[in-house]
Design a binder for this molecule. Structure first.
Ligand SMILES: [Zn+2]
Length: 278
């Protein structure tokens, strides 16, 4: 009786302090997503949850208890990022796993030699590695060239050759997810179809399929565009979902719903890490 009373009190206390501000709203769009996922047997996991801007592993865990979209927690690693070494990564993994043992924990890798910096024993503590192609080379001041910042591109085709090679090199790294595939800096956004030729798309998808790297469908990003998604589906690629949050506010997930219905995705098209296959 006493034990029952204690567990009741603990449950009541945790319910009282649960912060539900990051949870997805029950709206028409989210209901449609729920129906489509149920119909297709798809479990959606958001593999692009940054612990930043007020988002915490606790809020991510609370969010996944409340609705069908499951959470993960990810640390950003790199020389120009807060997390730079193994001990910081291990601390992050330990903290996130303590909050929820079922929530996959990942690293977004931002240096192209990350696999030489991070010890294999540290990597083993994580369930997935996510990379995007949005940092390429160095600026004149020696800092990373972040492609979402203003760029000077005199010869788009020459730039694209270099960028495509950069994409292919990233696929050579031992990553699990390629985030925001076929991203272009804003200066080149209107040249998408001429720069991302079918041949370039085909080679990138072929490599991702061969290496078992998932291609991300990101809420809120216009990349990858439908032509790429359709080609990837036809070539047997696996897809992952991500929000790429900057804070703890829930994002609009209509792009996920569009992709699921338009591509007629089934459970077998969705990438699953080893930790969720057990
Ligand atoms: Zn990210």
């Amino acid at each position: 009786m006493k034990r029952m009373l204690i567990s009741f009190c603990l449950a009541a206390a945790s319910a009282a302090i649960a912060d539900t501000s990051a949870n997805y709203p029950v709206n028409a769009m989210n209901r449609m997503l729920e129906v489509e996922c149920a119909k297709r047997g798809i479990t959606i996991v958001d593999y692009h949850v940054h612990i930043r801007g007020g988002m915490t592993p606790e809020l991510a865990a609370e969010r996944e208890k409340a609705w069908i979209v499951r959470s993960s927690a990810m640390d950003n690693h790199g020389r120009e990022w807060d997390t730079k070494n193994d001990s910081q990564l291990l601390k992050f993994a330990e903290k996130a796993k303590a909050v929820s043992c079922r929530m996959p924990v990942g690293i977004q890798v931002n240096d192209r030699d990350w696999f030489r910096q991070i010890a294999p024993s540290t990597r083993e503590k994580f369930d997935f590695i996510l990379a995007d192609t949005m940092i390429m080379g160095k600026r004149a001041d020696g800092r990373d060239n972040r492609l979402w910042q203003p760029q000077t591109i005199d010869d788009p085709e020459k730039w694209m050759k270099e960028y495509f090679a950069h994409n292919m090199r990233i696929l050579d790294e031992p990553i699990s997810i390629l985030a925001n595939p076929t991203y272009l800096p804003m200066e080149l956004a209107d040249r998408y179809d001429s720069l991302w030729t079918d041949e370039r798309m085909r080679r990138l998808i072929e490599k991702a399929v061969k290496k078992g790297v998932a291609l991300e469908i990101q809420a809120g990003s216009p990349y990858p565009r439908p032509r790429f998604l359709l080609m990837a589906k036809r070539m047997g690629a696996k897809f992952s979902f991500g929000t790429n949050n900057f804070d703890s506010k829930p994002k609009d997930l209509s792009r996920w719903l569009e992709a699921i219905t338009w591509l007629d995705l089934q459970a077998s098209d969705i990438w699953t890490p080893a930790c969720l296959k057990k």
